[in-house]
Design a protein around this ligand. Structure first.
Ligand SMILES: Cc1cc2nc3c(=O)[nH]c(=O)nc-3n(C[C@H](O)[C@H](O)[C@H](O)COP(=O)(O)O)c2cc1C
Length: 174
């Protein structure tokens, strides 16, 4: 069982589209998954679920519990201002510290409108997850110019699809 984290709370994000495509790929490979979309996390969580309020927001605690109970993740990570979205870092900061990710495993996918494909975003996130004790799969597809390479909820670029399928196989065996 793999948890796919859609790493932005922007409504109608491409991140969500790629998360659903990834879930389909895992399903074809016989692997169950759920999508944890940051767009559904309580919107006031940076006030009601962090620091002195850590663990006190019942709705946010459901998401904390999902992360605590799972040991394998796929993060779909959009590029915002040359890195990953701040809301994803705030979400990580709201999880049970320090062992929510210790000795766990994840795969990262970067996506962007521009030409970098979230290369720096997944690199920055790799540093954080390694600090937290989580093993990050080496293959990290970077899907640049995402609007031009997706249409009607599908990937139109054969290489992108192949990269995601390769990564999905690897994270299952990781
Ligand atoms: C706050 C913000 C910052 C962004 N910064 C970048 C950027 O630095 N580089 C880039 O190529 N695209 C940037 N984008 C565009 C996203 O990469 C684009 O929206 C893409 O579809 C992935 O994000 P999404 O999942 O929100 O759709 C930015 C978008 C937002 C909302």
């Amino acid at each position: 069982m793999i948890v796919i984290i859609a790493g932005t709370n922007r409504k109608n994000s491409k991140t969500r589209v790629i998360s659903k495509i990834y879930q389909g790929i895992l399903s074809k490979l016989g692997e169950e998954s759920i999508i944890l979309d940051l767009a559904n996390v309580p919107s006031d969580f940076i006030v009601s679920a962090l620091y002195e309020n850590s663990g006190k927001n019942a709705d946010f605690n459901k998401y904390r519990q999902v992360i605590e109970n799972c040991s394998k993740f796929v993060f779909i990570v959009p590029e915002y201002n040359g890195s990953f979205p701040g809301v994803l870092k705030a979400f990580i900061d709201g999880l049970k510290y320090p062992d929510s990710f210790t000795d766990k495993k994840c795969a990262l996918v970067g996506i962007s409108s521009g030409t970098q494909g979230g290369g720096l975003a997944v690199s920055h996130l790799t540093d954080i997850f390694n600090y937290c004790g989580m093993h990050v799969l080496a293959l990290k597809p970077k899907l640049a110019r995402i609007e031009a390479n997706t249409s009607n909820g599908r990937i139109t670029n054969d290489l992108y699809r192949e990269l995601l399928e390769n990564q999905a196989r690897q994270i299952i065996d990781f």
